[in-house]
Ligand binder design. Structure first.
Ligand code: LMR
Length: 393
């Protein structure tokens, strides 16, 4: 049975975690996988999450099944974070999922059920797993150029030109904020122009919202999704609670579909439930129960917001320090984009071979496409990192 199989290539992001763990060099720095790290290099459990877990441990009386849609209260609490308080509730239906990747899989399955083999226009570059998930659902991928050469980084006109040629009914994958891997986001005007084009061309936006709260803040980062929800008749949103609630391994997320009317939204939700059932029968409960407990308690919710904002500000400070270090060492502004990029990631423009040299010669781990997780740096490592990048350049 298995003799004809070839070993699949290692995941470019996750394989770094194992290599890093085994590296004995004490000065090693992990800028690979997208997790937040504090000044001590730890990925903290937010205070509100810890308190919610304490309460759940004390109050839970059963571990019986919740159901294939997951916890509807969790979805009702997450939906306003994404769509805003004035969301068109009757047209939005969602299910709880196993993390953001689960949400992407559920929504890709929904698209495949509605339009088998439809074309999904995907930014190039994008998160590695997007391509795998969409392909696994037998959807056709059409990459669109996302990054340009200029200082503004996003090739917005190129992106619009590509999408203007897309067929009505095609799907467009978008990063709602904090583009992964580049950290280069559209500005407000660009989102408005894009939303108008999507509406006019009758293209379906499929938004990945994995880093809500890490760009410009919880409200500002939802701007694009809320604008799209006001502008287009149909919208898909994959939400992750991994980063903003620090729940990574608990696999907590939600998939939402905005449909033209309440009846269609209910049918879309029915298909999402089927996808959950096929993929893992039902999503794991613990992380969603934690999020529900936090968001239902105004004191915990306020503390969670404050801690999320503190994480965002820490990353922002690292970005400024990083850009300043490069400016000092190069006497130029080639790396000023690092201070403007949003969220955890930026591309530092090294090839796979140079990424390997960073690892071998400097004990610095970056993804082979040149992606760095800025949150993996400590302020006292910034100078060393910048010097290492320039040394292998
Ligand atoms: C990342 O991009 O590093 C994270 O989303 C983790 C992952 O699963 O790839």
């Amino acid at each position: 049975m298995f003799e004809d199989l070839r070993m699949p290539p290692p995941d470019k992001i996750l394989s770094l975690m194992a290599i890093f763990r085994e590296d004995p060099r004490p000065e090693k720095i992990d800028l690979g996988v997208g997790v937040y790290r504090d000044a001590d290099g730890r990925t903290p459990i937010p205070r509100a999450v810890k308190e919610a877990e304490r309460r759940l441990l004390a109050s839970e009386t059963t571990k019986t099944y919740v159901g294939p849609a997951g916890d509807p209260v969790f979805c009702d609490l997450v939906a306003p974070l994404v769509f805003g308080p004035e969301l068109p509730r009757e047209r939005i239906r969602g299910v709880q999922t196993a993390g953001g990747a689960g949400a992407l899989s559920v929504l890709a399955g929904l698209v495949a059920a509605a339009r088998p083999g439809v074309t999904v226009h995907v930014p190039d570059p994008t998160w590695i797993n997007h391509v795998a998930i969409l392909t696994d659902n037998r959807l056709r991928l059409a990459p669109y150029r996302y990054l340009g050469e200029g200082p503004e980084r996003v090739d917005f006109e190129g992106m619009l030109a590509h999408l203007a040629g897309a067929a009505p009914g095609d799907v467009v994958l978008l990063h709602g904020c904090c583009h992964n891997p580049s950290g280069a986001d559209l500005d407000g005007d660009q989102w408005r122009r894009l939303a108008a084009l999507l509406a006019e061309r009758r293209l379906l936006p499929f938004v990945d919202l994995a880093y809500l709260g890490f760009g410009d803040g919880l409200e500002d980062d939802a701007f694009a999704v809320r604008l799209l929800a006001r502008t287009v008749p149909e919208l898909l949103v994959a939400v992750s609670c991994s980063k903003n609630f620090g729940l990574y391994r608990e696999r907590t997320g939600a998939a939402f579909a905005l449909a033209a009317d309440a009846g269609t939204a209910a049918v879309a939700q029915g298909h999402m439930v089927v996808r959950n059932r096929i993929l893992y029968s039902m999503p794991p409960d613990h992380g969603a129960a934690v999020v529900r407990t936090v968001l239902q308690d105004p004191v915990l919710a306020a503390d969670w917001r404050a801690e999320l904002e503190a994480m965002r500000v820490t990353i922002e400070a690292l970005r400024q320090a990083l850009a300043a270090a490069f400016a000092r060492l190069t006497n130029g502004s080639d790396y000023a984009f690092l201070s403007r990029d949003k969220g955890m990631f930026s591309l530092i423009g090294v090839t796979a071979e140079k990424a390997r040299r960073l690892r071998d010669e400097h004990a610095i781990y970056v993804v082979e496409d040149g992606r760095i997780n800025v949150a993996g740096l400590r302020l006292d490592q910034v100078e060393r990192f910048a010097a290492a990048v320039l040394a292998v350049r």
